[in-house]
Write a protein that binds this ligand. Structure first.
Ligand SMILES: *Cc1c(COP(=O)(O)O)cnc(C)c1O
Length: 394
């Protein structure tokens, strides 16, 4: 049995790394540069900077072992780890656009991605954008202009969990010679493989499920070899948002359990979502894994499972009661981010009250009682008991 044809859990748990001492876990190559025997050796290495170890800003062995594993499980040819999810996102987007271009993206993408597209790129490079309802496939073609060079997706999005039909969007984009990038953080490569559906570039916040231990901030870009090498020698080399070898090693450690973690997140999240769905103090549960979720059919078609991040609406708009609910939770720790072993709660209204006017967040379909929870790896019964004790206060 060769590892080449291995399935996901096998790929995640075996390394082809050959260590001189037979160490079972690859070492952390904590070095900035690599030396060569001769003039000819270094001269030859420079002929392919994307494949040879020369300097750790571009390529480091610990990072490469981890990147190869991520590329394989995502169905891509090559991956590049970055210093953060947003570094992966901004590098991938910058690669696809030039000054004066136009981007199509969808409502409710991750906040800093939104700012990067509609503010940073607009102010610095006069790149315009259309934010559309991505749940309606007809919207995409309607907004294509002659200068549209990128369709940027996030499916499902990470607050309302809206999906885009990835195969259909990829088809439209190819017809018009437009590049597609997707933020696939919610589903992880375990449950969704956008590259196999025709999307050009996949990005992740590795800080979420891929690392999963709430101890690393990192990102990754995955694509075919040609496109990834272009990004590597342009945005990655020139902007320099590289991964540290130790962080790459922590991610490699985390990948061993990625599949079993995702299956556990899924099982507990479905149990908790069903509990919330029946609770009289909960008006609505947003979770693509519930059969009555608006886009459940599409979710089943393009994903093979569901992760552990969901949101729900409390049956109250009274901020004081919502505060009581959030403060009462003990197992769900209050904080941003998600995708780790520890369950988390966040009330988006905390940010929106600071940043937006009430009419703005209403227009975004966000109400005071919207609560987002990240289901960790604890026992479902304990999480439900924690929620029950807090819901009584509503
Ligand atoms: C957290 C997050 C990011 C940004 O990732 P960082 O690692 O924090 O830079 C991007 N997209 C989504 C959907 C996220 O939740």
């Amino acid at each position: 049995m060769s590892l080449k044809n291995g399935k996901i859990a096998t790929i995640l748990n075996h390394d082809q790394h050959k260590d001189q001492y037979g160490a079972v876990v690859p070492p952390i190559y904590q070095n900035s540069l690599f030396t060569f025997e001769s003039w000819d050796d270094i001269d030859n290495a420079f002929d392919d900077k994307s494949e040879n170890f020369i300097y750790s800003r571009l390529l480091n062995p610990t990072a490469k072992i981890t990147e190869d594993k991520i590329a394989k499980i995502a169905g891509g040819e090559k991956a590049k780890l970055c210093a953060s999810g947003i570094a992966a996102i901004s590098s991938a987007i910058l690669h696809c656009v030039s000054a004066g271009d136009h981007i199509i993206t969808v409502n409710n993408i991750y906040g800093p991605s939104n700012n990067f597209i509609c503010k940073y790129l607009k102010d610095k490079f006069n790149i315009t954008s259309s934010f559309i309802d991505g749940t309606n496939i007809e919207e995409f073609e309607k907004h294509i202009h002659p200068n549209t060079s990128l369709i940027y997706l996030e499916s499902p999005s990470s607050l309302n969990f809206e999906l885009q039909d990835l195969e259909a969007v990829a088809k439209i984009a190819k017809k018009h010679h437009i590049k597609t990038v997707i933020d696939n953080t919610w589903a992880s490569p375990i449950f969704q493989k956008p590259l196999t559906l025709g999307i050009d570039i996949e990005v992740h916040s590795v800080s979420k499920y891929l690392c999963g231990h709430s101890d690393v901030v990192a990102g990754v870009i995955i694509s075919n070899k040609k496109l990834l090498d272009e990004i590597l020698l342009a945005e990655h080399e020139l902007l320099g948002a590289k991964i540290a070898p130790f962080e790459a090693w922590l991610i490699l450690r985390s990948l061993r359990t990625l599949k079993i973690r995702m299956l556990a997140h899924q099982q507990t999240a479905i149990t908790v979502a069903n509990y919330l769905d029946k609770h009289p103090k909960v008006k609505k549960v947003n979770y693509p894994g519930l059969p009555h979720f608006e886009q459940f059919d599409l979710a089943k078609k393009q994903m093979s499972g569901f992760s552990g991040l969901l949101s729900f609406v409390l049956d109250t708009k009274d901020i004081e009661k919502i505060k009581l609910f959030v403060n009462k939770l003990e197992l769900f720790k209050l904080g941003v981010s998600w995708g780790g072993h520890d369950s988390l709660v966040y009330a988006p209204i905390i940010s929106y009250l600071k940043e937006l006017k009430p009419e703005q967040f209403k227009a975004m379909n966000i109400t005071e009682g919207l609560i987002r929870i990240s289901i960790g790896l604890e026992d479902a019964d304990d999480l439900i008991n924690d929620l029950e004790e807090a819901l009584v206060l509503i």
